[in-house]
Design a binder for this molecule. Structure first.
Ligand SMILES: [Zn+2]
Length: 316
């Protein structure tokens, strides 16, 4: 096969501080990386933002060589898109708020542009060639500065009616669990209150630590202190594990995935892999087996890969 016949894709991972583009050739069962570049994210000016991406794609096109058609672009973007208007609702990049990013990029790049959120791109990357490769279904759960995820069947992302399938971080913590631990109802930037994300994300764990009488330390510090016998740290981790166990048990009831792959900063907490299955079982009825809880293969580095896989999925 000559390069002009071989399909190619660009995957772009957009974060608050950097934009990463990776260009890929389709190698059948997997993608082969050809080019990679990172630039700083223009945070306040939308035209500069579009120009930065156009520049990355132009350099990626050059690296891919002569192509029959312009390579489709997949974009992983944090935040929420209004499914009726396509406008970006909440973003950690002010330049994007209220913009129809997909249409603007499509115009600037003159090719197919597919946008998914960063958690969906993570899930797709771990489903295809990642920690859950070859499984009939999987759920990728990000636990970092926020909490979100994506559900894949046979290596394909299931996006749903609003393209938000898997947004488990905005399920509400059940009132009995809040009462059991005497927890306040935290407001969420999504406009609701009591969302799981506010309790189980990295900042959420720090708030649980403060609630348990600690100083609201960072997650890795909380784990280190708990290992040294600190009571407040141990209590924060126990509440965190129980809330996360409830959330993952709910994922089993909703999707029944063949594996749950963790991503984000808290995926580095080793105790979650050992203790989450038992914590999930406390919230499930008898006879339900918990799926394996797996560490990521690509993790955060899979964002651009997942975005390219989303472009491939949409262009099939
Ligand atoms: Zn929320």
């Amino acid at each position: 096969m000559t390069s002009s016949e071989q399909r190619s894709y660009h995957g772009i991972d957009i974060g608050g501080t950097k934009i990463e583009l990776v260009s890929w050739l389709d190698a059948g069962s997997d993608l082969r990386e050809v080019f990679r570049e990172r630039v700083a994210t223009p945070g306040t000016d939308f035209d500069e933002f579009l120009a930065a991406i156009a520049g990355l794609v132009a350099r990626g096109d050059t690296a891919l060589g002569q192509q029959a058609k312009p390579a489709p672009v997949g974009v992983g973007l944090p935040g929420v898109i209004d499914s009726a208007t396509g406008r970006q609702l909440s973003s950690n990049i002010p330049a994007l708020n209220g913009r129809i990013v997909a249409a603007a990029l499509q115009g600037a790049l003159a090719r197919t542009v597919v946008i998914g959120n960063d958690c969906q791109c993570f899930a797709l990357s771990e489903a295809q060639g990642g920690a859950a490769a070859g499984l009939p279904s999987m759920f990728g759960a990000i636990i970092g500065t926020g909490a979100g995820g994506g559900y894949c069947v046979d290596g394909r992302l299931q996006r749903g009616f609003n393209a938000i399938a898997g947004e488990w971080g905005h399920w509400t913590v059940p009132a009995p669990l809040l009462a059991q631990y005497g927890l306040p109802v935290f407001d969420c930037p999504c406009g609701k209150a009591g969302c799981l994300e506010r309790y189980v994300s990295g900042p959420g764990l720090s708030k649980l630590h403060a609630h348990a009488g600690g100083d609201g330390a960072q997650p890795l510090t909380i784990v280190a202190r708990a290992n040294n016998g600190d009571a407040a740290a141990a209590q924060a981790l126990a509440i965190h594990l129980d809330l996360l166990g409830h959330a993952m048990a709910s994922l089993v009831l909703a999707y029944d995935p063949h594996a749950i792959v963790l991503g984000g900063g808290l995926s580095k907490l080793a105790h979650l892999y050992q203790q989450l299955p038992a914590a999930m079982r406390r919230h499930l009825f008898r006879g339900v087996q918990t799926p394996p809880v797996l560490p990521p293969r690509f993790g955060d580095a899979g964002g651009a890969r997942g975005a390219a896989l989303l472009a491939r999925q949409q262009s099939e």
